[in-house]
Design a binder for this molecule. Structure first.
Ligand code: B12
Ligand code: SF4
Length: 511
């Protein structure tokens, strides 16, 4: 059977190189008798309907898959309509990804959908394709929901998380026709060495997704296997624009022993001098030995940071999230104090690591003065790049009702994810976290968050741009012009292109 999986990115964001889709299609191609291709709107979004038709005629798939993230729901719905109205009334359409995993019944009830995969897709999709090919029953495929002839649906039991993620093939990014364009704009590749996360943050889907399927959600790859993949990706893309590896593991260095093993293997492979890495860590990560639940050590683990630095980790991305302990720990349940953040940023700077601070503006119950605290804390922490996301309602938010003593029920807080009628944001921006739609609140107006974000950026970007111009002089303007012109030509979202220019382009990759 032939399946084409769509990444329906109409936002104009040039970084949506979907790792889940890549893993899925690679597995189908390399480990099953079926064939998979990827159809990607990112650089075709202004003619996505004709693009779909061309791809359909060329690839002639038997099944169409669509990856469904919550903020992209409208793109998924439009895609299904287009397929049903202008391409095929009866080709099976299967949805998978974070939204169907968290809200499978909502996804299966979308008009035009035939099946939904809940959980990780590799084995489940392969079983589904086997069953379609042999025209056998779909009743015994764990993880699958499918439509019945009478319009209702049948829901199989859940499949369980894949136990050994090191056994999966390395993701084949060549399946993305536009991989060279992605590499031009982002100059990095997303790498996945773990799946899941052990923390309970209430702003994140991770804490809810744990229960969407049985088994152990938080899994790490064998360090050697991870290093082998990074080397493999570098050999393929190193001379095509790849300048930095970006492990997307939310808590990359959480386990001291795993971190040391990874670092020594990365050095043994000679990769530390070839491909620098930018990793995620939390403000409390370097105070822990074996993750949450284990004894907390109050002393900072300098050795672990040194070891990362020696292995070529040049940048650490840290979730500051908000300026007050109330928002960070009582509402978002981050378990990380302002003091730990201050120390962590200080030590990172001492160890010569670049830092990125991730922040969220406009979370549930946040007040305007608390948002100012976030700005003040960032000023104090002096990250190389601060990022101010707008808090977005995701699939789990509607289920939140009480956090600590706070009422987060629908009566207290607007829970309408797709409420955008009075939006200040363009349709394309609404699906992004950078410039997305603020939630409604009694403590601030949507406009306040929108303008406050601009204010934060203008302060920090001004400082950063002046530094860059001072260092790079004419080159800065030349590079900016070339990069923005290419973004314009590719009809990308120019705000996001500008953000990537400052974040990861040419001489701006690291300060
Ligand atoms: C890496 C990452 C990215 C990367 C790659 C995105 C991707 N989808 O692969 C980038 C930087 C592009 C990114 C962008 C965004 N991300 Co992001 N990202 C992650 C992160 C850290 C890891 C995801 C991952 O690679 N997991 C490993 C892969 C193998 O698993 P997977 O993606 O779940 O894919 C499996 C299944 O879902 C399923 N599957 C997926 N698609 C399909 C399709 C079909 C047809 C089938 C059958 C199965 C199937 O099979 C896959 C293989 O097992 C997660 C958080 C986390 N810790 O998990 C957030 C996360 C996925 N991101 C999130 C968000 C909100 C975004 C953005 C909207 C942010 C923005 N720019 O504004 C965009 C959305 C873009 C998009 N379409 O995904 C949310 C999604 C929440 C939701 N309910 O949709 C998450 C869960 C974080 C959170 N806040 O909780 N992200
Ligand atoms: S540490 Fe990051 S990935 Fe883990 S639950 Fe918290 S926000 Fe989600």
């Amino acid at each position: 059977m032939k399946i084409s999986v769509i990444s329906p990115n109409l936002s104009g964001c040039v970084s949506i190189l979907d790792t889940g889709v890549t893993y899925l299609a690679t597995y189908i191609n390399e480990r099953t008798s079926h064939d998979a291709s990827i159809w990607d709107y990112t650089f075709n979004r202004h003619r996505w309907q004709s693009y779909l038709l061309e791809k359909y005629k060329k690839d002639k798939p038997d099944v169409i898959g669509i990856t469904h993230t919550t903020l992209y729901t409208s793109y998924v719905v439009e895609t299904i309509k287009e397929i049903r109205n202008n391409i095929s009334k009866d080709i099976p359409i299967v949805l998978g990804g974070y939204h169907p995993t968290l809200r499978p019944r909502e996804s299966i009830n979308l008009p035009g959908v035939d099946a939904v995969i809940c959980g990780e897709g590799e084995y489940i999709l392969s079983n589904y394709l086997d069953a379609l090919e042999s025209k056998s029953e779909l009743y015994n495929i764990p993880g699958l929901l499918f439509k019945l002839n009478n319009g209702s649906y049948f829901e199989n039991s859940r499949a369980g998380w894949i136990e050994d993620i090191s056994s999966l093939p390395f993701p084949d990014y060549e399946l993305w026709e536009d991989i060279d364009k992605y590499l031009y704009f982002i100059q990095q590749l997303w790498l996945i060495g773990s799946r899941g996360c052990p923390y309970p943050c209430t702003n994140c889907e991770e804490v809810y997704i744990k229960d969407a399927s049985p088994g152990n959600r938080f899994r790490y790859r064998d360090p050697q296997n991870y290093v082998d993949e990074i080397k493999f990706q570098f050999e393929r893309f190193g001379d095509r624009g790849l300048r930095m590896g970006h492990p997307f593991d939310p808590v990359f260095p959480i386990n001291a022993q795993w971190t040391r093993e990874f670092c020594s293997k990365y050095i043994d492979a000679g990769m530390h001098t070839k491909l620098p890495l930018s990793i995620f860590a939390r403000g409390d990560t370097f105070y822990l030995h074996e993750g949450p639940g284990s004894a907390r050590f109050q002393t900072f683990d300098h050795d672990r940071v040194k070891c990362l630095a020696e292995a070529g980790v040049r940048e650490v991305r840290i979730g500051v999230e908000t300026g007050t302990d109330r928002m960070r720990n009582e509402i978002h349940k981050k378990m990380c104090t302002t003091k730990q953040l201050e120390e962590t940023f200080h030590y990172m700077q001492k160890h010569d690591m670049n830092t990125i601070a991730y922040n969220m503006l406009g979370g549930p119950t946040e007040t305007r003065s608390e948002m100012f605290e976030t700005l003040k804390l960032n000023w104090k922490l002096k990250p190389n790049k601060p990022i101010f996301f707008i808090y977005q309602m995701l699939a789990h938010d509607t289920q939140l009702s009480q956090v600590g003593n706070y009422d987060l029920s629908p009566d207290a807080i607007s829970k309408d994810i797709f409420n955008s009628e009075d939006s200040e944001r363009s349709v394309e921006d609404q699906s992004t976290i950078q410039f997305g739609e603020p939630m409604q609140s009694k403590t601030f107006s949507k406009n306040f968050v929108v303008y406050f974000q601009l204010f934060c950026y203008s302060i920090f970007i001004g400082r950063r741009i002046s530094k860059m111009i001072f260092k790079q002089r004419f080159e800065f303007f030349k590079n900016l012009y070339i990069y923005m012109r290419r973004g314009y030509k590719e009809k990308a979202n120019m705000k996001i292109v500008f953000a990537y220019f400052l974040g990861s382009c040419e001489d701006n990759l690291f300060e």
